[in-house]
Every structure is written in structure tokens, then in C-alpha cells.
Design a protein around this ligand. Structure first.
Ligand code: F6P
Length: 481
């Protein structure tokens, strides 16, 4: 058997440098997580052939031969590009994916654009993915489709290849029916039918699974029994698989001798001030503005903390072509300026702000050095930053402040949970985090480290694959009776 991963973004992004096409590692939880899983697959796994990863390579190649995709670029898998033009990406990726589905599924209905032409592009691009998948598909392949950019794909593949094994995983929230139903009738129907082309449909949390099942019942009139749905005469299953991280990768990068030396140097440069870390892709769903307002409120309420705390704010550039993201960037820039201007002194700057991407080693150093991590999205499917922070801690110190509307909060209930919509709640929780005694920090850290290590990305993927096998054998039993 061979595993075929399909996702919008490949784990590499191509760039043109001095007339040459070079590959860089893609950032983001999906790409790095799956990459680790594929690398971990060994001879004993159910897959005895090199896995294949199909997706968009980050740029349009007028001549696909300008880059050698047949060689193993990274890891133990092979890569197959879906070559999309800039115009297609504008209308599909910036348009329907990130100006319609993304805001809707993250409960920002007023940000949603309802544009027929971008829906048409979504259908068109999903069909281009189908053509690429079909062109490489072998009889025993297991196809694992990922995320909201290609929700129509499972059903499209199924139409021509009824026997193929297809799994689907959604990396963002599936919203409640009242939100999902805001989509025009044809769109919402086709999106659900698209996913139901899979044998197994996975979500991060039980709530997302239930929201999906409710929409399937209300919109398609299909009922389920313990997550099992009959789609015509075929059985499909819906289940919950909370995604983990490559725990050891983060833990080891943090322990690296060079990382530790640099950490100590940086620590000294801050003196005795406590360091709070905020790091996210630039996205309105991440609640960065609310977090800044919460920090401002904290400085206002607790002046005794002035000089004694620094917020390290790292904002990772993302989807810069979408208007709402540009507005968000402007708002963050202004808030940082206002807070530093209001509270800063000659020898103390309340916020150190960087708009950049950090490589893994430096990233783990930032996690490890931080006394507090503020992970306060307004809505997040899972949030892997919260898990990375725990994995990268080399001593059992540090406090995670986590939003109740992040999927990760369900698995990390021992940490400080906050309502990210409430500026006051953020301010008060910052105080609690800074005042958490060392023993309590250690107690929670040990628990969470153990859990994050056990339920890592490999556990998540293996759990999904085992469920695929179970559903396949159940389908076979049904067919033979
Ligand atoms: O969280 C959903 C997701 O698609 C992740 O898989 C990805 O890491 C992130 O959003 C950024 O996505 P992109 O840069 O491909 O739009």
C-alpha cells in the first residue's frame, strides 16, 4: 500500500533566486506535522512504498521541468506539484479559501465575502487537484486529503474511482450549523457532499464533529449512528482526532547546546524582567489585538509590574494579499506604538515587536526563555504553538495562558484558561500567570509534557490510519452480507 497525502500547500515552497528555482521548507502546523509523520514511517508500517505528497509548490512554474520533483527533496517521501497560475491562486486561495471559508469557519461572519466567481475558482481548482491525483493513483493507494482548501476533492475522486480509500482531515474548526448555513445553498450542499466522498472524516474536537454531523442532518437529511453515515450504499465515518506535534523535534532543538548558550545570553540581556511570549501567524483569528489590549490593561492596573515584564511579540507574515490581514497588520503596528509610547521609559520598552519568521532552533529558544506564553486566539481549530511551548521547555518552568476557544484547551485544561474576548480577563490572567509559584508551574508542566509527548503527531496519524482500516473492514463486511 502507498500513502498519498493531498494538501493545498506542499511541505516545500519554491522561490526564484538569481534565476534559479530553490525550495524552502514551508511553515505551518500541517506541513511540519505531516512531514514528521511521513519521516517516521518505517518498514513495519502498513505502507510499504514511499509516500507521495501532492500539493501547490508555492509559485507557478511556467515550465515544470525547471525544478526536479522526482528527487527526494526532503524526508523519505516523494512530491507531486499542482501547478496553479497566479490568477487561480488569487481567486481560489486569497478568495474563496481565505475570504470566505476561513472567516466563516472561525466565526467572523461579517468578514465573509460571498463571491460567485471565487466559488467557481474553488470548484475549478479542486478539480485540478483531482486530475493530478487521478494521474498518479495506484490501485492500493490510501489517499489522505487535508484541510478546507480542498473540501470538494474526496467526492470528486470517488466519482471516477469508487473503490479508492479516502480519508479527510479538517485542520480548522467546523462551525456550528447556524454559522455554516450562512453559505448559499449550493455551496454548503456541495461542501458537505465533497467531504462525504471520504471513508473517514476527522476533526480536532468532538464539538467540530458534532457540528458537522448536525449540518449533514439539517442540510442533506442524512442521519448518523455513532458517527456512521450511509451515503447511498457506502458507509462513511466521522470521528475526532486531536492533532499533536512532533514533540521530540521541539524538545531536542531546545536542548541543543548552542540554543542553550544563546538562551542564557539573551536571558542576561533582559536582567531580572519576566518575559512573556506572543507568537502567531498574522491572522485576525489569533486575537493579537485583544491580547495587546489585555496587556495594556494589565500595565494600567498593575503599575508595580512596570520595568519587571517584557512582552516579546512575534508576528509571522501570512496571506499578505488578503485585505483583512493588511488591516490587522496596521492595527497591530498602531497598538504596539501606542502601548510603548504610553508606558515605555528610557530603560524599559514594554513590547519588543518583530514581524518575521523564526527557524526551529531559535523558535525553541524563545519558547524556553519565556516565563509566560500568551496563546489567546479568538478561535483556533487546535493551536499547535501551545503544544510547542510545552515541548520546548527544558526546565519545568513556565506558564501557558490559553484561550478557551482554541481546540487545544480541551487537552490542556490544567493550564490558565482565558476568555480571549475579554480584555479584563486577559489582564487578570497575565497577573495570575506572572505570580504562579514555581511548584505549581512544575506540577502543570510535568503533566502537560507527559501528555503532549504521548499524544504526538505520530499518535494522531496512526490513530487516523487505524480507524481507516477499521472502517474499510466494516465496509467489506457490509458488502459481503
Ligand atoms: O490552520 C490551517 C492552516 O491551513 C494550516 O494548515 C497552515 O499551517 C496555516 O493554516 C497557514 O496556511 P497557509 O499559509 O497555507 O494559508
Amino acid at each position: 500500500m502507498r500513502l498519498v497525502i493531498v494538501s493545498n500547500r506542499l511541505p516545500i515552497s519554491l522561490e526564484e533566486q538569481d534565476g534559479k528555482i530553490v525550495a524552502k521548507e514551508s511553515v505551518g502546523g500541517l506541513a511540519t506535522g505531516l512531514n514528521s509523520y511521513l519521516d517516521s514511517l518505517d518498514q513495519d508500517s502498513q505502507f510499504n512504498e514511499d509516500p507521495l505528497w501532492i500539493g501547490w509548490p508555492g509559485m507557478y512554474l511556467d515550465d515544470p521541468d525547471r525544478f526536479d520533483f522526482s528527487s527526494r527533496i526532503m524526508g523519505k517521501f516523494r512530491i507531486c506539484p499542482v501547478n496553479l497560475t497566479d490568477a487561480q491562486m488569487d481567486s481560489f486561495y486569497l478568495g474563496f479559501c481565505n475570504s470566505t471559508l476561513w472567516p466563516l469557519f472561525h466565526y467572523f461572519p461579517s468578514y465573509v465575502e460571498f463571491d460567485e466567481s471565487s466559488w467557481d475558482s474553488y470548484v475549478e481548482v479542486n478539480d485540478i487537484f483531482r486530475q493530478v491525483v487521478e494521474s498518479v493513483l495506484q490501485p492500493d493507494d490510501v489517499v489522505w486529503v487535508h484541510d478546507y482548501q480542498i473540501m470538494l476533492l474526496p467526492e470528486m475522486i470517488r466519482r471516477n474511482r469508487p473503490d479508492v480509500s479516502i480519508g479527510y482531515f479538517l485542520h480548522i474548526p467546523f462551525p456550528s450549523y447556524e454559522i455554516f448555513r450562512l453559505l448559499p445553498s449550493i455551496w454548503r450542499t456541495r461542501l458537505l457532499q465533497g467531504l462525504l466522498g471520504s471513508d473517514l472524516i476527522g476533526f480536532h474536537t468532538y464539538d467540530y464533529s458534532q457540528h458537522f454531523l448536525r449540518s449533514v442532518s439539517a442540510i442533506l437529511g442524512l442521519e448518523h449512528n455513532l458517527g456512521k453515515i450511509m451515503v447511498g450504499d457506502r458507509l462513511a465515518k466521522v470521528d475526532t482526532f486531536p492533532m499533536g506535534i512532533d514533540y521530540n523535534k521541539y524538545a531536542q532543538a531546545a536542548k541543543d547546546e548552542r540554543t542553550q548558550t544563546e538562551k542564557e545570553e539573551l536571558r542576561q540581556s533582559f536582567g531580572s524582567a519576566k518575559i512573556m511570549l506572543s507568537i502567531d501567524r498574522l491572522d485576525y483569528s489569533k486575537g493579537i489585538a485583544n491580547r495587546l489590549q489585555g496587556y495594556e490593561k494589565f500595565l494600567e492596573l498593575y503599575p508595580q509590574w512596570h520595568d519587571r515584564v517584557i512582552l516579546m511579540l512575534v508576528v509571522v507574515p501570512s496571506r499578505t494579499g488578503v485585505g483583512k490581514y493588511q488591516e490587522m497588520k496596521k492595527q497591530i503596528d498602531e497598538l504596539v506604538g501606542a502601548i510603548n509610547g504610553r508606558f515605555g521609559k528610557l530603560n524599559w520598552t514594554p513590547i519588543i515587536y518583530q514581524y518575521t519568521t523564526y527557524p526551529l532552533r531559535e523558535l525553541t529558544m524563545l519558547y524556553d526563555i519565556s516565563d509566560v506564553a500568551l496563546v489567546t486566539p479568538l478561535r483556533d481549530g487546535m493551536n499547535l504553538i501551545a503544544k510547542e511551548y510545552i515541548a520546548a521547555k527544558t526546565e519545568n518552568k513556565g506558564v501557558l495562558v490559553l484561550s478557551e476557544t482554541a481546540g487545544a484547551a480541551i487537552e490542556m485544561g490544567e493550564t490558565l484558561i482565558v476568555n480571549a474576548n475579554s480584555v479584563l480577563d486577559i489582564a487578570e490572567t497575565i497577573l495570575r500567570a506572572l505570580e504562579t509559584p514555581d511548584e505549581e508551574q512544575a506540577r502543570v508542566m510535568v503533566l502537560l509534557k507527559d501528555r503532549m509527548e504521548r499524544f504526538d503527531v505520530n499518535h494522531w496519524a496512526e490513530d487516523f490510519m487505524n480507524s481507516m482500516l477499521l472502517i474499510k473492514s466494516e465496509q467489506e463486511r457490509m458488502e459481503s452480507t
